[in-house]
Write a protein of this length. Sequence first.
Length: 247
Amino acid sequence: MKLLSKPICLFSSFLILFFGSCLNSKRISNFNQLKDKGFIDLNYKQSSFTFSAGDLVKINLANVDIQTLAIFTNFNNAGGGLVNHSGFLQLPTVGLIMVKGKSEIELKTEIENLLKDKQIASNPAVEIMVMNKGISILGEVNRPGRISFQGNGLTLPEALALAGDFTGYAKRNNILLIRQEENGLKYHRFSINDSSAFSNQVYFLKQNDIIYIEPNSAKVFTTSQSRAILGFITGVVSLFIIVTTLR
């Protein structure tokens, strides 16, 4: 029994050390194809956030009467309003308004003017809050999931930092960005290792962007080999148990 168990333990230890050393020796870095010194011209600006279907909106008011304030407070407490598939938002006292494609400043000004026109308030102050601003990052990062943001959006490095950076198994040269457009989804592949990560298509992320980082060949190999090794060890142990039972 001792003669059989010792080789099994030694063989299992060897396999663990072998595959562990393969992972540890793999070079893991970002932006590694950029030169030691250089300049990347970001000759484009981050586009302003604009409303689209599915945005969840709350409205804070000031300089209005108590009744109007209570109505909007109840509206916010009930969860706010959702921009429908046609781009309209239903607001109390104001009614149904088109918000699709408008910025937060444009919507703020429009609501303030509507409150004045309807003689609800003479000098209202409106604050717009979009409750579900965010992007999704999936795959080989340490903290995959939904990442919320304020303002117009996140940059790609900011999103990766919030997601805990890549895992050791991330395929850094074939990252997929999926972006919601008016009539569908647009996708783009890029590498984090070179200047394509700073292009105007990917550097500034937008509302509801999806980033997917697929596993590299090392993980695919490790996963398949681990299954094969597990099956082999299970078979050896099962055989060992049968032999020792029959003796």
